[in-house]
Design a protein around this ligand. Sequence first.
Ligand code: AMP
Ligand code: GLY
Length: 425
Amino acid sequence: MKLLVIGSGGREHALAWKLARSPRVSRVLVAPGNAGTEREDGVANIALTAIPDLVEFARKEAVAFTVVGPEAPLAEGIVDAFHAAGLRIFGPTRSAAQLESSKEYAKRFMVRHGIPTAAYAAFSEAAAAHEYVDRTGAPVVIKADGLAAGKGVVVATDLERAHAAVDMMLTEGKMGAAGRRVVIEECLEGEEASFIVLADGRHALALASSQDHKRLLDGDRGPNTGGMGAYSPAPVVTPDIHARVMREVIQPAIAGMEKDGQPYLGFLYAGLMITGEGRINVLEFNCRLGDPETQPILLRLKSDLVRLIEHALGGTLGEVEADWDTRVALGIVLAAHGYPDAPRKGDVVSGLPAAGEDYHVFHAGTAVNGKDVVTSGGRVLCVTALGANVRAAQRRAYEIAQGIRFDGMQYRGDIGHRALAAGRR
Ligand code: AMP
Ligand code: GLY
């Protein structure tokens, strides 16, 4: 069978790579893909991005089903368009994707269905928002309501920063339409984890847990990014926490969407904050897999992903289990010069290794230029490796990363530091 993956990042390379390993798949097409998907065995790129063109392509090529990587096409209604054409696609409808595309929608949903999350209020008027900030005090978190590619959240440590964030979004309009409404919420402390499931509208199948590193620099300093590295599993998600997340977050979310009349089909990502006392709070829902979390997660997945998604599409996820490599997987993002503000394009990438049993170099912002692979986006590669423990996976991933070169390459030297600290506790 032929499959279609929508997107062009590291997450989509990992998805395409994993789907192509299924014995039942003849070819995975990626729209539009990157240099890594172009060169992957059994995978090919197609230069399409407009939804009507993708519908037409899937129909003409008799694609068995489509998997959507990023949030933007979901919020644009790609799933609705495929359904209207009678095509199979794995992802939430535009309306269900509001769980990610509107923070206020997500907060109301969580309150309505008793899912634990930080106290909040939402505003369109700057004066009322400023007054609320003065009343709650700092630290406080200011979030643009709409999609902002990971840049819409300000964790304000003092009142001055909180007021500046309110003005930036509501008065100066610097986040555009995404920041015309803001959610202001209580600042939570604890350890973050990414908890991602497949959902079929009624049942959920958990993927392995993971943790990412959002800040640009070592020691979790510097600006927020889309993610500079990730590993799986996340030690903070103990078997007890896992069971509670399923019971307190995932099951009420899936049941809540069904009750609200829009059963949730697709990957559902809960960004969690787990406090020292073991309290679980949802920071956000994403309607997709995480990037870069997907890269280490899928490197550990032993089951056939095609089969899992088919169960999800057929409403029988309750009948399957996923089988995981017991090793740890860890991925290091190699980012372009100038990332995250103004990533430079066109730098030639050299030293890319051949494929190996215990690692894979997933591409993100890369393009083919003649014989060369060149940078074409902020996050360029995610070097992902397996090891018997965090230390071994980390060592292996850095060993491979150090053989790769491009001008201006930036990466963190401490991916996995929290998991290592947890191991010492
Ligand atoms: P979000 O896109 O909502 O996950 O926010 C991005 C990042 O901001 C999260 O990964 C957290 O590091 C941080 N963050 C979001 N909400 C809160 C909160 N209520 N308290 C503390 N940190 C937060
Ligand atoms: N790595 C965080 C995300 O994909 O949202």
